[in-house]
Ligand binder design. Structure first.
Ligand code: PAF
Length: 286
């Protein structure tokens, strides 16, 4: 695996190739990231991953400084997954000047859910992803793989690619889960042993919410969507010591609140909640 730090080094390394398959990451790689690299591999003629902890997508009180940086282990994991080129820019390589030009995603999508609780987050994500796309896929176009774990992020990136007519195919990777069902995340490493045991309750709450939602939809006299179930799901988590930001059922197409007409196969339950000082997110299509 060739490791590049500057945009020039990266472009030289990619010059012989016509269709890179790209997996952007912030490092601290786990099986979820590695499965995206494996998924990307047959889709292009060179497999590229990036590691860059993007300051622009962290709020001032968030964990930019303490975000886990595990360089040696990440390189070994990428190498064994068959990654050909790693792009690991330093901050001065990617942002040599203050990044005053930014990509502002459509507020109708980006101000909901994660964007509501982390204002500016999707501007930071879209800006860095646009820049990474310019570096990695700018000469050729290609494929980029994003995990469904960050469901709203995936939708924002898809819209960005569509609206700017970027010659990039966005591919979604399934969420990798621990045996107990917890979605893999770099932030799981912040959990204490006790919190780690409790953490599966978020995915269980989303499953329970989706099951009860479908049961309610099957009642023939239903005139309004059963949104009270969302509040009940948040209360269950609160009673177990969590601080939920949201547990909600949305339409997959635009993440707007589901109506009584949106049936099985078109919905997604999304949740974000804090356990101790760790904020976890998860989702379930149903
Ligand atoms: O999902 C992530 O790890 C990040 O948001 C991304 C897409 C690498 C942009 O920094």
């Amino acid at each position: 695996m060739l490791i590049t730090h500057t945009i020039d080094e990266l472009r030289q390394a990619l010059a012989p190739y016509r269709r890179p398959a790209f997996v952007p990451t912030m490092g601290n790689l786990h099986e979820g990231h590695i499965s995206l690299v494996r998924q990307a591999k047959p889709m292009g003629d060179v497999t590229v991953a990036s590691i860059f902890v993007n300051r622009l997508q962290f709020l001032p009180h968030e964990d930019f400084d303490s975000y886990p940086r595990t360089w040696e282990a990440d390189c070994a994991a990428l190498q064994s997954a068959g990654c050909d080129v790693l792009f690991a820019p330093r901050e001065a390589d990617l942002y040599p000047l203050p990044q005053t030009f930014k990509v502002h995603p459509d507020p109708a999508l980006a101000d909901l859910l994660e964007g509501h609780f982390r204002p500016g987050f999707f501007t930071g994500v879209a800006t860095v992803v646009m820049k990474l796309f310019a570096c990695v896929l700018g000469q050729t176009g290609g494929v980029a793989v994003f995990g469904k774990k960050d469901y709203q992020q995936l939708m924002v990136i898809r819209q960005m690619v569509q609206q700017f007519a970027l010659p990039i195919t966005i591919v979604a990777g399934d969420t990798a889960r621990a045996p107990d069902g917890l979605a893999l995340s770099s932030r799981n490493g912040y959990l204490s042993l006790q919190e780690r045991q409790e953490a599966v309750a978020l995915s269980q709450a989303l499953r329970h919410l989706s099951e009860r939602w479908l049961q309610a939809l099957q009642q023939s006299d239903l005139t309004a969507p059963p949104h009270a179930l969302e509040a009940q799901a948040m209360d269950v988590l609160r009673a177990r010591g969590w601080q939920p930001d949201y547990l909600t059922v949305r339409r997959r197409t635009d993440l707007q609140p589901a109506t009584a007409h949106d049936g099985a196969g078109t919905l997604v339950a999304l949740g974000a909640a804090r356990l101790g000082s760790t904020r976890l997110i998860d989702n379930l299509e149903f």
